[in-house]
Ligand binder design. Structure first.
Ligand code: FAD
Length: 352
């Protein structure tokens, strides 16, 4: 049985390793544009130079899994088309290409490996006193602003979003903003409308000079599913049935950020469990058993505030906020364990 996994992020790696473990005669090929697994939840650390976030794919995959370093251009009709014209046949495919960024002109995105590398390089050239602007008041923006401010206290760092940290309860929000301010980050509640010639312009009419402007908004997915003729939602995520199969082709499982799962947001915390569920569905089908439906389950939202601070906001399983949150050392440990757990699950095929 031929299985092709498209994308070697948290979801793709976990799916490949889990199938290799559970299906003895599976011929598994993982296709990814880079030969490394990128620990995407640590890209802000890559930018600030506080962690190395790549691991060779070979070190993360079970023996016998084939790696193809290539970009997939089309999936469908039992074939995966690679850039350059080659095709790979499959009995089952896993579409796991994650999410991507559409940065505003004049900014450098932090949500992709290439963007993070560019940001790291540009940050390294900034002299003391330079201004760094982080656009986006969600988790990615908060973690990036805090990490950069802690690693480079000689810079002036600001974070701008319509309502910074509004994904938290009032208590957690206050703590996240206070943590940013403790690190010297200026918190600005406003929307960026334009970045030109080193000037950031805001909806309120204000403007500020910025030597490096980082785009910390991740709101899109690659257009592979749409380009392949699969039915997608308004954001380009492939529509799936309750067992995470494309509604157009039951041989294609769609997992992680690129899957249009009702109630799901972009999260490593969902990508792993979705991949585990889809891999187990394949195992069930091979064994002639009925597949089970998948539903996202949440536990918490957590952000780091540099290496020594964090806020962990607990949620109900449907992602609505609980009142309780943790800060300090306990929150730091929770967040670190969650980040390590994502990579561990990808490498071992465990989770779900
Ligand atoms: C700075 C930052 C911090 C984050 N922190 C958290 C957090 O604390 N908790 C949390 O739950 N989530 C967090 N996230 C979100 C999390 O990283 C994503 O939700 C997660 O990576 C999604 O996993 P995935 O496997 O779907 O996609 P990805 O990890 O993005 O992997 C997709 C893979 O597919 C590859 N690919 C793309 N297009 C193609 C193609 N055409 N052909 C072949 N391969 C392709 C990509 O190169 C990549 O290797 C964070 C994100 C960022 C940017």
């Amino acid at each position: 049985m031929k299985v092709v996994v498209v994308g070697a992020g948290y979801a793709g790696m976990l799916a490949a390793n889990r199938i290799a473990k559970k299906v003895r005669d599976a011929e598994i090929t993982v296709v990814n544009p880079r030969p490394d697994f990128v620990e995407r939840v640590r890209l802000h650390q890559q930018i600030a130079g506080t962690a190395s976030v790549v691991a060779p794919l070979a070190s993360m995959l079970r023996p016998g899994i084939t790696v193809r370093v290539a970009t997939v251009e089309k999936v469908g009709d039992g074939h995966v088309g690679l850039a350059g014209g080659e095709t790979l046949d499959f009995d089952h495919a896993f579409l796991a290409v994650g999410s991507t960024v559409r940065p505003m002109a004049g900014t450098v995105p932090v949500g992709t490996w290439e963007g993070a590398e560019q940001a790291r390089a540009e940050l390294g050239t900034l002299p003391a006193g330079s201004a760094v602007t982080v656009v986006g008041g969600g988790a990615t923006g908060i973690e990036t602003a805090a990490e950069v401010a802690e690693a480079r206290p000689d810079l002036r760092v600001r974070i701008i979003g319509p309502s910074v940290a509004d994904g938290f309860s009032d208590r957690a929000r206050t703590k996240a903003r206070a943590g940013l301010e403790r690190l010297g980050v200026e918190v600005v509640d406003d929307a960026v409308t334009e970045v030109t010639d080193g000037v950031v312009r805001l909806r309120s009419g204000a403007a500020a000079a910025s030597d490096l402007t980082l785009w910390a908004i991740v709101a899109d997915v690659p257009d592979l599913a749409a380009r392949s003729g699969l039915t997608v939602d308004a954001r380009g995520r492939a529509l799936v049935d309750e067992c995470l199969r494309s509604v157009d082709d039951g041989r294609i499982f769609v997992v992680g950020d690129c899957a249009a799962v009702p109630g799901a947001r972009f999260a490593c915390a969902l990508a792993g469990p979705q991949a585990a569920h889809a891999a187990d569905t394949l195992v069930r089908l091979i064994g002639g058993r009925e597949p089970e439906p998948y539903a996202p389950r949440y536990v918490a939202r957590a952000v780091t505030l540099g290496r020594k601070g964090a806020v962990a906001q607990f949620t109900r399983s449907d992602d609505t906020l609980r009142r309780s949150c943790l800060t300090g050392r306990t929150a730091v440990v929770i967040k670190e364990l969650a980040s390590r757990g994502g990579k561990y699950g990808a490498r071992t095929g465990t989770g779900g």
